[in-house]
Design a binder for this molecule. Sequence first.
Ligand SMILES: Nc1ncnc2c1ncn2[C@@H]1O[C@H](COP(=O)(O)OP(=O)(O)OP(=O)(O)O)[C@@H](O)[C@H]1O
Length: 331
Amino acid sequence: MPLLDIKNLTLEINTGTQSIKALDKINLTVNSGEIRALVGESGSGKSLIVQAIAGATPPNWTITADRMSWNGNNLLSMSEQQRRQILRKDIGVVFQNALASLDPSVTLGEQLEESLPDQLVEGNWFWQRKQSRRKVVINTVHKVGIKDHEHYLRAYPHQIPTDIGQKLMLAMALISQPKMLIADDPTRGMETTTKVQVLKLLSRLNQTRSLGILFVSHDLLAIASMSDTMTVLYCGQTVESGRMKNIRKRPLHPYTKALLDSAPSFTKDLPPKSELPTLAGTIPTLQHLPIGCRLGPRCPRAQRDCVNVPAVRKIHDHSYSCHFPLHRDKT
Ligand SMILES: Nc1ncnc2c1ncn2[C@@H]1O[C@H](COP(=O)(O)OP(=O)(O)OP(=O)(O)O)[C@@H](O)[C@H]1O
């Protein structure tokens, strides 16, 4: 059974004048010990998925799904308290710009200690538990590559540089020893050595503790080297999903191909909102979504049928949604 199992997740945003389908029938699973990359241009809806899973949604969002379960338990039907409990213990989430959501008046050390569940604290006496908490916090910040813990644990959120902040957010997500980590662009803006350090840490946790990871990123180099599987998103629709090596070798969806071709040697990140060199135009805004397959107006293979949403087709564990996929002309 997958840890996280999502089928046909739809997110509608009510703008007051209209209802917009920002996510349209998204499918996604993450198994224990699996690293799944969630990729797509800026604006494709990756962060919306993370927010929908975490339940961090404003009142004008409506979320529906045929299935959205954690370890077999329906996330959508459980109480807010049960869901919070799961997010506190079992799923670590690093949101984009997470640093901004920290309490500015509390030191980072105290906020990390608060994130540590009581079950992981040793000792019976108050002073023993205090020491134990401190020890776990220090170990965790060392694990994410912060050596000068004295300095940073005493600091307030606005006093630290962004890359240290990102590492601390990762520490906060990992401190409860979760079964799964959802990391929304955790290495964004980091310089290469720091990035490599963080990626190595995640790979190690994945291998030693079977940590399942949903890795959201623009960074194709990072994704390709560490992920087992990949889900490609375009404009709120899942376009392709499968094993990383199969998709890299033989992408079936024209969008996946364009995304891979845009970083031919995987040597550069794709800056947000940039044009893909292999596809004309840019991703549409939610107010101007095309009908049917949303890639239609930009797709070199588009034909009349593309005004209808393509069904999900499967070849073993490789799935795609396209009327005119690559390499399948004879079928
Ligand atoms: N709270 C919100 N209300 C309305 N629209 C939103 C909201 N958050 C995001 N959007 C819109 O939803 C679409 C998807 O945004 P999202 O942030 O999920 O993209 P993304 O793939 O995560 O991009 P990036 O890689 O830049 O983070 C965008 O068009 C964005 O403008």
